[in-house]
Design a protein around this ligand. Sequence first.
Ligand code: SAH
Length: 462
Amino acid sequence: MDFLPLYFDLKDKPCLVIGGGEVACRKASLLLKAGAHILIVAQEVGAGVRALAEDSRVEIVQGSYAPEQLEGKVLVIAATNNYRVNSAVSEQAKSNNIPVNVVDNPSLCSFILPAIIDRSPIVVAVSSGGKSPVLARLLRSRLESTIPAAYGRLAELVGGFRDAVKARFSSINQRRGFWESVLQGDVAELVFSGKEAEAGERLAQLIEARSSDELPVGEVYLVGGGPGDPDLLTFRALRLMQQADVVLYDRLVSEAVLDMTRRDAERINVGKARSRHTLPQEEINDLLVRLAREGHRVLRLKGGDPFVFGRGGEEIDKLAENGIPFQVVPGITAATGCSCYAGIPLTHRDYAQSVRFITGHLKDGTCKLPWDELVHKGQTVVFYMGLIGLPTICRKLIEHGRGPDTPIALIQQGTTRNQRVFTGTLATIADIIARQEVKAPTLIIVGEVVSLREKLGWQGDA
Ligand code: SAH
């Protein structure tokens, strides 16, 4: 290890920054974030640095660097583009034992600045020891996506209970075990879902609890897994997917998305083929309740968004009735995922002022849909579950007054590598499809916006 990472308390401490350009401005801003007072010395003062002067902790001296300016400083950063000045600052700071950083010149530095992920009070620093700052920044962005913004709030909350926990548990091992269960359990989840007050109450309760069997029971995460491409998952979905120890998923969840769940989690396929329900909805609801009661963290993973034709509402209804804690994570629904990947802006203002999501699952072949409302001009209509009913849908729309030449698209397995898009008009699409092997799931988009795809389509397909 070439450099030892340390966290420096700079609150109200005098620091010196030499240079007036953008880099100097960035470094000075960082020092300000940590609470420092700064003297900035620069021949030319750029707009960024000048703006910093509004902060009463910043003093700017326009002119050249002089060694006396080092006096009393606890830290120095040289950010000029003049090597002679930079090396003089470095040498003089070092001989006075003042930590010094010279931007982009590790050999002149006694400390280097890492790439930082700031979830204060949690702060993560990544450094390549000056070898490749870009690599350090790339690593930082990977970490950014795995450390939820709420970790800072969690650290803040538990910080206030440290003494109470110390008083309650005498051994270090007990305390460690306690904190591990708290930080991975429902207290953490309450904070992540914005319920800090409840989290605090729950934590206080846990500290009071006499034995470990009073510790938290399970929870259900109802998570939208999106239309198929795992890159479309939310950060929260991913975090919960990697936390749950049992996963209930259905047919719509793509293999690639399922692969993002924890390796050692138990996976239960409750898949629902259109007319062949692997597990009836009632039984899924009961299973969720039972697993949570057994203390599991249960992931109920749904295709798309759980509240858009997903029956997510019914499942959490049952959980709420039974007093099981749960949270719901939205997913990209098929309509938005497929339309984006097919280059069809659902409400392009030249063509559509509204969009309607509708189920095309025509029960027993009967069509109880409000057809009169679906034929309005300036409206895009998206049918979920409409493949089988496609000929009926087209016929009914024409019968109720939508032009036979209205463009229509059928998107198969949208956002996945197998995405295919078929386009035609209300009059022609049924024949076009009849000659193809179309695989579920498919989404139907009806409206003038479909014609934009010719210009805006950006994904390869049939
Ligand atoms: N909750 C889901 C919808 C469930 S209903 C969501 O928000 O997307 C199931 C229907 O969704 C399918 O019949 C199909 O019409 C549509 N669908 C879901 N994923 C799809 C995909 N990747 N490509 C095309 N259609 C999809």
